[in-house]
Design a binder for this molecule. Structure first.
Ligand code: C5P
Length: 229
């Protein structure tokens, strides 16, 4: 008899804190982590590198299917390799994020990445961070979370994050980009961004990161997925 590893899905719009929260919850539980957005970002970056137009769906699906990537976890940090080269920082730019959101709207690209994402589900468990983890990729997950925050708060967080990285960006243009990306992610015909019907929606606008991690740990404990220690 094969036992499937448990999954907690953490979906929501960009800037809601999914990345940080998912990493901390995975570390606390000792579970694997799937950063599905990174796969869309890597697809976009590989397409640009190989000069594949961002509207050529069959060619982009080929890029996604043949992605040569590796995620190397070193303590709290993860190094992302694309075709053997460090792409950790390159996939985090606004341009690659924007291109990722365009290629992610293409059904053939999503299909090409589906099994690759499911393969991350391994013992002792998986924290899956994305937009459609609970609605498409891991529909049977025993705990589904949808993290939100106001667009203004998400722009403010992104601004702070960029400032810390030494990047100067205007708050109003970040807000516009966030709103445009939200609209594209919510309106696309395949796997639109929305909470699964059985998801718990958590608004993080007024919560600190430790508060959100504590709340998720509580929920995991209530469902028998983690011990209370
Ligand atoms: O989460 P992140 O900002 O890295 O994701 C980049 C883009 O990839 C998102 O704007 C979204 O369009 C897309 N994405 C997706 N489905 C996922 C994860 C990300 O469509 N599961």
């Amino acid at each position: 008899m094969s036992v499937v590893a448990p999954v907690v899905t953490i979906d929501g719009p960009g800037g809601a804190g999914k990345g940080t929260i998912s990493r901390l919850v995975a570390a606390r539980l000792g579970w694997h982590l799937l950063d599905s957005g990174a796969l869309y970002r890597l697809t976009a970056l590989a397409a640009v590198k190989h000069e594949v137009p961002l509207d050529d769906e069959p060619a982009l699906a080929d890029v996604a299917a043949s992605l040569d990537v590796a995620f190397l976890a070193e303590g709290a940090a993860t190094t992302v390799l694309l075709e053997g080269q460090d792409a950790t920082n390159a996939i985090r730019t606004e341009q690659v994020g924007d291109a990722a959101s365009r290629v992610a709207a293409l059904p053939a690209v999503r299909q090409a990445l589906l099994q690759r994402q499911r393969d991350f589900r391994q013992a002792p468990g998986l924290v899956a961070d994305g937009r459609d983890m609970g609605t498409v990729v891991f529909t049977d997950a025993p705990l589904k979370i949808f993290l939100t925050a106001s667009a203004e708060e998400r722009a403010r967080r992104r601004h702070l994050q960029l400032r810390e990285a030494g990047v100067d960006a205007s708050l109003s243009s970040l807000l516009k980009e966030i709103q445009a990306r939200d609209a594209r992610d919510m309106q696309r015909s395949v796997a639109p961004l929305k909470p699964a019907i059985d998801a718990i929606v958590l608004d993080t606008t007024r919560l600190t990161i430790p508060e959100v991690v504590d709340r998720l740990t509580e929920l995991l404990t209530e469902r028998g997925l983690a011990s209370a220690t």
